[in-house]
Design a protein around this ligand. Sequence first.
Ligand code: PEP
Ligand code: MN
Length: 365
Amino acid sequence: MEKATLNIDEEWAKAKKPFRFFGPCSAESLIQLKETAAGIAKYYPETIFRAGVWKPRTRPNSFEGVGEEALEWLKEIKQEFGFKIAIEVANAQHLEKALEAGIDLLWIGARTTVNPFSVQAIADGLKGVDIPVFVKNPINPDLSLWMGALERINKAGISQLGAIHRGFHLSDNGPYRNYPYWSLAVQLKAEFPNLPIVCDASHISGKPSLIPQVSQKAYDLDMDGIMIETHHNPTAALSDKEQQLTPEQLHDVLTKLIRKKKSSPNKEFKNQLEILRTKIDKVDDDLMDLIAVRMNIAKQIGVYKKNNKVTILQIERWKQIMERVLKNGKALDLGEEFINAIYNAIHEESIRKQTQVQNGDSENP
Ligand code: PEP
Ligand code: MN
């Protein structure tokens, strides 16, 4: 696949970092917006004030946002508090209304990112428009979909472009509302190093008690900003009431976060880091060599299986291997999830190699 690149306005990204999106899940009334905005403005006058105008709900008959009327309220909030205003757009009509209302920043929601047709329709409407756009990750953990949506919006000429990591819906999300799968956000950063990535700690956490640790993790991964849903009275919220913070709670969480430095001028630190990193590189080289050795053995087994018309997958043997490596790995203080992930990947690659042998498109070992 062709290496993707994005044309990002780096001056803009640098000037705005960290991006701080605070505000309610949904715009419910002018009073609710004003009270919430006043609470946030006390602590964070530079806020990008977020509020959902049209809410994508899983089931109908839940609160679907007040729609266009809220755009007028948001204009008032912008005037009174001087915030930049951000809303979600999910189709071309939303986009048209948002631009008419002078909204400052747009985001594309997780349920929209999954659909390239919807993203393209929004991208088409953005041609010739100068506005920052943030793209949330798709609901499912598919990095290409996320990248594709960013590329579509970027191709439309939007260079004030960012991503929002809001977690993924898996069959088991553990304690989270949406499983964070941090490595996918890290992979996105590796693909697009100059793309700002904001962590939506609220939709990952789903409850206030998890927001501090999720936010700290985002800081530790050097993310470029944070989104936290804030409501002056969360218990009365019409959507996502279980996860919203009051402005005071928001302030409490943010003041306790520790912002670590990218590096340190300390000589001893630099020397030690270099020595240890050289060791890591050596171990990585050895690991690659060993994996290649293991794959060669798997290929030899593949030849015997082929000649004896035996299936590639031998489930009993696979179970035995997993049992052994889990036992040994755990004794070495490696996490079960990690061992599973590594061995599933190794097993998949072995099967791929043996399939090549079966198909005859690999030289005999
Ligand atoms: C939201 O930000 O309120 C929202 C609906 O988020 P998501 O698209 O991440 O579900
Ligand atoms: Mn929400």
